[in-house]
Design a protein. Structure first.
Length: 231
């Protein structure tokens, strides 16, 4: 077990005692970790203690928005962190100078999210995935992304509501702001939870052509309900 490189704790029943085990486990070579909320008061505190004992972790996913608790200073955890998936509120506890990709799954004050990420990570952050946006958010998000993160190489945006007219408005706004991204190579735009949002192949072709015309470094695009993220 000392050579363990990845650990996933997900959907365990509380009765298994996994929470108390987490407080004691140590893996000297752990590189990646996915932790999902167990649902006990002590879980969040044990997560923080566990992460403090594992400064080797470079990839971290905190699912179901567990909130870290305990005496933790900002930037105190995981000095080697390169990839983070989880709530923006918890990101402040981790070292961000080495981050190259971030997936934000719980969105609060998205415009300040972008500004804070840009200030914390600088040009090192090349990949960003913002999950479950509302249609009303997208104009402000695109303005802030193009202003504060023009260096992004991979971008995925996922909306949870929309209509045919709303989809076209989003596409038009993206087309308008794409020229401001200096290095963007992969772009994914997903629409969730709406069966009536269907983009035909001709519309996709025209959209991709417009995007590549205004963003010369773009190499890969995806529009629709696909969940894939370019690597």
């Amino acid at each position: 077990m000392r050579g363990l490189g990845h650990l996933t704790i997900d959907d365990f029943p509380v009765v298994t005692g996994v929470v108390s085990c987490l407080a004691k486990l140590t893996f000297p070579n752990l590189l990646s970790c996915l932790l999902s909320e167990i649902g006990t008061d002590s879980w969040n505190l044990h997560v923080a203690q566990f992460l403090r004992r594992h400064p080797t972790i470079t990839h971290l996913s905190l699912e179901s928005a567990p909130k870290l608790e305990g005496p933790i200073a900002e930037g105190d955890l995981l000095p080697k962190l390169q990839y983070y998936c989880g709530d923006l509120k918890d990101l402040r506890f981790f070292s961000t100078h080495g981050l190259v990709a971030v997936r934000i799954t719980w969105n609060v004050q998205l415009q300040s999210l972008v500004e804070r990420l840009a200030a914390q990570t600088g040009p090192n952050l090349t990949g960003l995935y913002i999950d479950l946006l509302s249609v009303a958010d997208f104009p402000g998000v695109l303005i802030h992304l193009s202003t504060h993160m023009p260096h992004l190489e991979k971008l995925k945006l996922r909306w949870w509501e929309g209509s045919i007219s709303g989809v076209q408005a989003i596409i038009d706004h993206i087309t308008a702001y794409l020229p401001q991204f200096e290095r963007l190579a992969y772009l994914v735009v997903n629409f969730a939870h709406r069966d009536d949002v269907v983009i035909d192949s001709d519309s996709q072709r025209r959209t991709f052509q417009a995007w590549t015309n205004v963003c010369s470094k773009l190499r890969g695009c995806c529009i629709g309900k696909a969940s894939g993220y370019p690597t």
